[in-house]
Ligand binder design. Structure first.
Ligand code: NAD
Ligand code: UDX
Length: 494
């Protein structure tokens, strides 16, 4: 770079151009990012910053949060107590924490001392007012923007890491510019595509990194700063830079397309169950077409997680607000099929138990929305348990990672019943056998690998007969389990 700079210097007679090149060179050197602050120490902020810290030992990263308990857990010397469970995460935290990765509640200092600030706070579906039940609640993002504006005394690059509705950057920039201390802010969109349970691998080997920014000189300079960070481990051809609006919208669209594939195959699973077709065979057959591809065609009890439903509802809301009702209705159908799939599964359990679950023990294996995470947000298990409890069942749950208090608050958040009734109907077990002991039906709701290796003969011997098993993930060997004596219901199989 230095050589080409001097070549340029001697080649040009134009003094003005020469000075500008020096200015950009010097600016670029001194503006190298050395300090990053990330606001939000959740499932995205924690793992993403841990990986950046590992790959960029020359950058100091401070992850801040208003939730002191969460920060304390990130700082806990017992790595088992980290607030986010992700395979490989504890190891990275142990290598970086206290060296160039810090977790803190002092938000002001972290903002003040950083050249680049990531906003990775939650953007849940609104539960009140205009857009209730669909629009994204941007209050936490707005609070961050106002805080950054108030605290900053030097230029900052503000990076939207949270998933946000298209054109949010405009609002963020307005708040920063109108309420700030006259410093210069550049706003970038850098949505996160990691999936929980595989977050570390996804961050190490991202399919792509998307960075949207203003197509101005200063905007391009800011984009470049972020590109430089990712280039420490992501090949340049996988870093795609766009305008801000394309980047913001692409995140919502990526999630909508992924969820749409699951709802599509789940809708076909209902058809399979009454036609003697097998959804796994159908899925494989269509997935072998390279134009369709085989990923995200695994029929299930319904997708969960904090992103798919929230982001599609947000897309639906945006389309509706812009008068695009057909577009809104198209995407809304993805959510409707998902709700149908969850309740269809719960209704099948009840139907098979002679149309009543009142006073019966139903065992749920798995509460997390997918394997290898302790996250249960929007998990299908919550809706299935709620339906069965409402119909009088006693629910006994075993999950390798989700805690009882999490399960209870998931149910309480639905608001169907009193907390007391939920507590009386939901029983937690920290080992699987007691959870399944003397139950009328067992349902596998998360695809944890350990469920495949249980001693199903022993579980059968201790079940109330006829012993019923509902495989909501199609992970068990149906023929083998049937040979033991269970009546097995699998998704999308007659
Ligand atoms: P999370 O709820 O796990 O974490 C968000 C954190 O932000 C919380 O700890 C909260 O206390 C903190 N916070 C909120 N307001 C704050 C403020 N004003 N100051 C400081 N801290 C504040 O959420 P998450 O799952 O990490 O998701 C964050 C964003 O990333 C969301 O927009 C989400 O849609 C998006 N996203 C999530 C995933 C995922 O797999 N979870 C993947 C991609 C994108
Ligand atoms: C998703 C996106 O995949 C990720 O790119 C984005 O950043 C956040 O949202 P996540 O929700 O963490 O990630 O997990 P994902 O693997 O997408 O699974 C979501 C849900 O769909 C889970 O409940 C999972 O069990 C279910 N699923 C997934 C299926 O039912 N069938 C499939 O074929 C794939």
């Amino acid at each position: 770079m230095i050589v080409s700079f001097y070549k340029l210097k001697f080649q040009t007679d134009n003094l003005y151009l020469h000075n500008s090149i020096i200015a950009i060179f010097v600016l670029n050197f001194f503006m190298k990012i050395k300090n990053i602050c990330c606001i939000g120490a959740g499932y995205v902020g924690g793992p993403t910053m841990a990986v950046i810290a590992l790959k960029c030992p020359h950058i100091k990263i401070t992850v801040v949060d208003i939730n002191k308990e969460r920060i304390d857990s990130w700082n806990d010397s017992n790595l088992e107590k980290l607030p986010v469970y992700e395979p490989g995460l504890a190891d990275i935290v142990s290598q970086t924490r206290g060296k160039n990765l810090f977790f803190d509640v002092d938000i002001d200092s972290a903002i003040k001392n950083s050249e680049m600030i990531f906003i990775a706070v939650n953007t849940p579906t609104k539960t009140y007012g205009e857009g209730k039940g669909q629009a994204a609640d941007l209050k936490y993002v707005e609070i961050c923007a106002r805080k950054i504006a108030e605290i900053s005394t030097s230029d900052k690059i503000v990076v939207e890491k949270s998933t946000l509705p298209v054109r949010t950057a405009e609002a963020v920039k307005t708040i920063l510019d109108k309420t700030g201390n006259g410093v210069n802010f550049e706003v970038l969109s850098n949505p996160e595509f990691l999936a929980e349970g595989t977050a570390i691998n996804d961050l190490f080997k991202s399919d792509r990194v998307l960075i949207g920014g203003d197509q101005t000189e200063s905007g391009m300079l800011a984009i470049n700063k972020l590109v430089e960070i990712y280039e420490n481990w992501i090949p340049r051809e996988k870093i795609y830079t766009t305008n801000v609006w394309s980047s913001e919208l692409s995140k919502l669209v990526a999630n909508a397309f992924l969820a749409q594939r699951i709802s599509s195959i789940n809708s076909i699973s209902a058809l399979c169950e009454v036609t003697e077709a097998d959804v796994e065979e159908v899925s494989k057959a269509i997935g072998m077409d390279s134009r369709i591809g085989s990923k995200f065609l695994k029929s299930s009890v319904g997708f969960g997680g904090s992103c798919f439903q929230k982001d599609i509802l947000n897309l639906v809301y945006i389309a509706k607000s812009l008068g695009l009702n057909e577009v809104a209705e198209y995407w809304h159908q993805v959510i409707k099929i998902n709700n149908y799939q969850k309740i269809r599964f719960a209704k099948n359990i009840m139907k098979s138990l002679f149309n009543t679950v009142s006073g019966k023990k139903i065992s749920l294996l798995g509460w997390a929305f997918k394997k290898n995470t302790n996250d249960s947000r929007e998990s299908a298990a919550i809706y299935i348990a709620d339906y069965l409890i409402e119909n009088g069942a006693e629910i006994h749950v075993y999950d390798p990672k989700v805690t009882y208090s999490r399960m209870l608050s998931d149910l309480n958040d639905l608001g169907t019943r009193t907390t007391v009734k939920n507590r009386e109907s939901l029983f937690y077990h920290n080992t699987p056998l007691p959870a399944c002991f003397k139950s009328h039906a067992i349902a596998v709701l998360t695809e944890w690998d350990e469920f495949k290796t249980y001693n199903w003969e022993e579980i059968f011997d201790n079940s109330i007969k006829p012993a019923k098993l509902f495989d909501g993930r199609n992970i068990l060997d149906k023929k083998k389990i049937e040979a033991i004596g269970f009546e097995v219901y699998s998704i999308g199989k007659s």
